[in-house]
Unconditional design. Structure first.
Length: 256
């Protein structure tokens, strides 16, 4: 389809899709929070995404933005934040895959994502996904980065299954970085249930940041998943921001 025929998704009254903190920082690692926001373009209509879905883990990573912002302040590191709900388009999924624009999320149908035209899919990718991707590329281009860390949260129960981990540290090609982070967090706050590659693993078909930006650059990395009932309060978010900032400092000191 001719791009000229694609109607704009976002209007001037909608928020910008991406926010970058500490844009000019030369700190040698990048923080990313792909599922921070839960904004919905006004053009989709008020009922296109149910309020219940937006408020839950389906619509955003609860607490992740608070943790990521506090880490960026503490570490002085650049942080790329996505403001739109993952139910509009998921900015950590390859465009065109089933999980990019989910019709059903954890058992709940998302009306805005049923029978979406190719033009509408293109508009979501061009106006929300691509600006986030460009912001990440610019953060790597502006200064030398030696690592990248992504902040996420997960629901304690998914599809009826309990998830016992307080946090998971995901990686595929630099597992030693994830292990170093986990060891540092465990040392700072013993007794938690922590794991490598839980509750998910990194895959080409379901992940974007790590395969495309971290692995392609051969950078140490970890996608950090925190159970959302650990960080759904200011106190919990502050605690985890402090734990992870300390773990990243320790891990970065050990890198060549």
């Amino acid at each position: 389809m001719n791009a000229d025929l694609i109607l704009p998704l976002l209007s001037p009254s909608d928020p910008a899709p991406v926010e970058v903190l500490n844009r000019d920082s030369d700190v040698p690692f990048l923080l990313v929070c792909e599922h921070a926001g839960r904004a919905v373009p006004g053009s989709l209509g008020e009922d296109a995404i149910p309020a219940e879905a937006l408020a839950s883990h389906r619509g955003w990573d609860i607490g992740a933005e608070d943790v990521a912002r506090a880490m960026a302040r503490d570490l002085g590191a650049p942080l790329v934040i996505q403001r739109y709900s993952r139910l509009v388009i998921d900015c950590n999924r390859p465009v065109g895959t089933d999980q990019s624009i989910q019709q059903v999320s954890d058992g709940m149908t998302i009306p805005a994502n049923i029978d979406v035209s190719e033009a509408e899919k293109t508009a979501r990718a061009q106006e929300i996904f691509l600006p986030m991707n460009r912001a990440i590329e610019e953060a790597f281009a502006s200064h030398a980065r030696k690592a990248v860390f992504s902040i996420h949260s997960f629901t304690p129960t998914m599809s009826g299954q309990e998830r016992p981990w307080h946090a998971g540290f995901l990686s595929r090609k630099t597992v030693e970085t994830a292990e170093a982070l986990m060891t540092a967090v465990d040392r700072a706050r013993p007794g938690m249930t922590l794991a490598i590659n839980e509750p998910y693993g990194i895959e080409d078909g379901t992940d974007w940041l790590i395969p495309v930006h971290a692995e392609a650059r051969e950078l140490p990395h970890s996608l950090i998943e925190i159970r959302n009932n650990e960080i759904d309060s200011p106190e919990g978010a502050a605690l985890w921001a402090d734990l992870l900032a300390g773990a990243i400092r320790e891990t970065m000191r050990a890198l060549p």
